[in-house]
Design a protein around this ligand. Structure first.
Ligand code: MN
Length: 194
């Protein structure tokens, strides 16, 4: 087993009341574990890729010699593995923020509130399962967009900075169909942005 489920950097109930303990536990111990296991299963078939970082493999996925099924499995599960790893890291019970990134966001969107509005709308309008992203593009500029399923910004050669999981498994137990309420509450547990 090459990849292991990254430890959650806080307790399952640390993001209460905004994200409930049961959702966090299932999300981390079942969903993220599942992506990890499936990622290892597909990479087991390609030992020549064992030493290449996942980010690099995702960026170069079209140049790798995956067969069609394995390519889809790799895209979904390497994405699922990295997306969730970042998701746990950018959240936390103690609010802290990245000063330089905040300044850069304000420069680009005018204010943090305006950025949050754009990001939330992007997350809200993702049809079905997927993520909203703030990423740094190949021109070093910030971009907000959403991607379906577990597609990673690395597929576009971008560096993901902030990702919001809007799969129903991320919020359904507490919020049911109220994705907007989940998104609004998420700002309380997101570090990085003030
Ligand atoms: Mn998820």
């Amino acid at each position: 087993m090459k990849y292991q489920l990254p430890a959650l950097p806080y307790a399952y109930d640390a993001l209460e009341p905004y994200i409930d303990k049961e959702t966090m536990e299932i999300h981390h111990a079942k969903h993220h574990q599942g992506y990890t296991n499936n990622l290892n299963a597909v990479l087991d078939k390609y030992p020549q890729l064992a030493d290449t970082p996942l980010e690099e493999l995702i960026k170069t996925i079209d140049r790798q010699n995956f067969d069609a099924n394995d390519k889809a499995a790799f895209q979904n599960n390497a994405g699922g593995y990295l997306n969730h790893k970042l998701f746990w890291e950018i959240m936390g019970p103690e609010k802290s923020s990245d000063k330089l990134l905040n300044e850069e966001i304000i420069k680009q969107w005018g204010s943090l509130d305006e950025f949050k509005k754009v990001f939330a709308q992007t997350a809200l309008s993702r049809f079905g399962s997927g993520w909203a992203w703030l990423a740094r593009n190949t021109d070093e500029k910030l971009e907000v967009y959403s991607l379906p399923n577990q597609d990673s910004p690395f597929l576009k050669g971008h560096m993901p900075l902030i990702g919001l999981d809007v799969w129903e498994h991320a919020y359904y137990l507490k919020y049911q169909n109220r994705r907007q309420e989940y998104i609004e509450n998420w700002w309380h547990v997101l570090n990085v942005i003030k």
